[in-house]
Design a protein around this ligand. Structure first.
Ligand SMILES: Cc1cc2nc3c(=O)[nH]c(=O)nc-3n(C[C@H](O)[C@H](O)[C@H](O)COP(=O)(O)OP(=O)(O)OC[C@H]3O[C@@H](n4cnc5c(N)ncnc54)[C@H](O)[C@@H]3O)c2cc1C
Ligand SMILES: NC(=O)c1ccc[n+]([C@@H]2O[C@H](COP(=O)([O-])OP(=O)(O)OC[C@H]3O[C@@H](n4cnc5c(N)ncnc54)[C@H](O)[C@@H]3O)[C@@H](O)[C@H]2O)c1
Length: 452
């Protein structure tokens, strides 16, 4: 049977775009459908605008320590409306550049929603298109817990559209999104309360890292209510009232509520049943290690498969799919050494195993090196802003299993160290490295305190 395309991709986020471009480089005929803006969550309502807000918030934090560096206090004013307008102008430029990249690669862009009619046919607003292979890269969307009054809460998507900064912000969920927004919004002067159901924020990270971030945020005045949930939300006198249950029952007042309790795969109403594509837990598309779904010619990558919900992972899965299916290079991903970071202040990052995970696998032989120190940046100031550093080792072989850091440039330092850890570096190898002075990262090469 002759198909319209060799590959049809649904969703132009990092996963779909990477797969489409790689497949096109092998000379196959590719089309991609996108119902919103090119670039997906990452470019339009995730990583990129978030990081620009982090930079904006950093000026406020720098201002606090500037007098210790000889700068006199001066009046400054942060104009959120002006700033967020320039963020969106930048996103428009990025969208344009993606559009041109697709055009140059000979990939046809169909700007509409696609749904399955059968395993080889999709419907796009009444247009039937056929393809030999179909890749689902539809991403995810914010989950909202079933709480009475949750309709008053907004999600991260709307945070990027806020017309003005709220005075009091309540955040439900102390994961990546909740913690990052708590840090940025507090730096702009908002009163922030985070409500997290677990005992600590940032589940999945090493406990020492979680605790160091908690201390850092609390010290700045961010209120963290852990082991707590929201029972109901009410609107009264132009304010939102959240009834908190958990360690303590209390009512907090907010102008804006951000709900950040996880991301659910975007797999509803996609017609997947017509194509015999099965779903697993929480609506994630079931895939094998080569991203193949339960239907032989259909593949899925990125957030919609709920493996690791990060942009570089979606991109790597897209490339591995295209290499395997069109490039004659069978490739699967190793998810063990995916570095990740939380762009809060203090910044946190980790790669490899946490101490808890290492102990599950290697038991008593696990050894940890740990240090906490006041970095040079804060030594002229009266602020106590410790850097926390931890290495997790297999004590028998000396192999480094994981590295974790809270402090300045944590994300950049950890991603470079991740390369060495993935290659099986030992503590002895690290001790032989000559670092760059004076930096935070050099301390990883002279850790000499085994944690009790
Ligand atoms: C606030 C926030 C901050 C984040 N920060 C980071 C970060 O700093 N670092 C990081 O690595 N990750 C970050 N992430 C996660 C990252 O954005 C995602 O992991 C990544 O975007 C997933 O890529 P994807 O291609 O799987 O899906 P997406 O980027 O979600 O793209 C999917 C695309 O498919 C389209 N689509 C869906 N259904 C259809 C359909 N039926 N037809 C046509 N098109 C369709 C959607 O419109 C969307 O454009 C962040 C996420 C959020 C929400
Ligand atoms: N820097 C980054 O790489 C980055 C930044 C933002 C988002 N992301 C990605 O986006 C995904 C979604 O982010 P997220 O922060 O929404 O999810 P998350 O899974 O990181 O955190 C959700 C948090 O909400 C808590 N929670 C769940 N239900 C709750 C309730 N009813 N009350 C109180 N707390 C509740 C959970 O215990 C958890 O700590 C992340 O998993 C991550 O992969 C990555």
């Amino acid at each position: 049977m002759a198909f319209d395309y060799n590959l049809f991709v649904i969703g132009a986020g990092p996963g779909g775009l990477a797969a489409a471009k790689k497949a096109a480089s092998y000379g196959v005929r590719v089309a991609i459908a996108e119902q919103e803006s090119i670039g997906g969550t990452c470019v339009n309502r995730g990583c990129i605008p978030k990081k620009l807000i982090v930079y904006a918030a950093d000026f406020a934090l720098q201002k606090q320590i500037a007098p210790s560096y000889g700068w006199s206090e001066c009046q400054t004013y942060f104009d959120w409306t002006l700033f967020i307008k320039s963020v969106h102008q930048h996103l428009d430029t990025l969208n344009q550049s993606y559009f041109q990249q697709l055009h140059k690669a000979g990939i046809e862009l169909i700007s509409d929603r696609a749904t399955f009619i059968d395993a080889h046919t999709v419907d796009i607003n009444g247009l039937k298109v056929t393809a030999d292979k179909i890749l689902i890269a539809v991403g995810g969307q914010p989950l909202k817990p079933k709480i009475p009054g949750i309709e008053y809460a907004i999600t991260s998507r709307e945070m990027f559209q806020l017309p003005y900064l709220p005075k009091r912000l309540a955040i439900i969920g102390g994961g990546y999104i909740g913690v990052e927004f708590s840090s940025m919004m507090h730096a702009f002067g908002c009163q922030v309360t985070v409500i997290e159901k677990d005992e600590m924020i940032l589940s999945g990270f090493d406990d020492e890292i979680r605790s160091a971030v908690e201390q850092g945020l609390r010290k700045r005045g961010i209120k963290l209510l852990t082991s707590s949930t929201v029972q109901e939300i009410k609107y009264s006198d132009e304010s939102l009232l959240l009834t908190i249950t958990g360690k303590k029952r209390e009512i907090i007042t907010a102008d804006t509520i951000l709900v950040a309790t996880g991301y659910a795969p975007n797999t509803k109403n996609l017609g997947l049943e017509n194509a015999h594509v099965e779903l697993g837990e929480h609506g994630a598309i079931k895939v094998d290690e080569y991203s193949r779904t339960t239907q032989e010619n259909i593949f899925a990558v990125g957030d919609c498969t709920s493996r690791v919900q990060l942009s570089p992972v979606a991109k790597a899965e897209g490339i591995a799919f295209a290499n395997t299916v069109f490039g004659n290079k069978v490739q699967k991903l190793d998810y063990d050494y995916v570095p990740s970071a939380v762009f809060c202040r203090p910044e946190a990052a980790g790669v490899g195993m946490t101490e808890a995970k290492a102990r599950e696998k290697f038991g008593e032989s696990v050894q940890c090196y740990y240090t906490q120190f006041q970095p040079l940046l804060y030594q002229l100031t009266d602020q106590n802003e410790p850097t926390t550093m931890k290495l997790v080792l297999n004590g028998d072989s000396g192999q480094v299993l994981g590295a974790h850091l809270v402090g300045e440039h944590a994300a950049d330092i950890i991603q470079s160290l991740g390369v060495a850890i993935r290659k099986g570096i030992t503590k002895e190898d690290l001790d032989e490295i000559i670092g760059i002075h004076p930096t935070v990262g050099e301390e990883f090469f002279s850790l000499d305190r085994v944690q009790e």
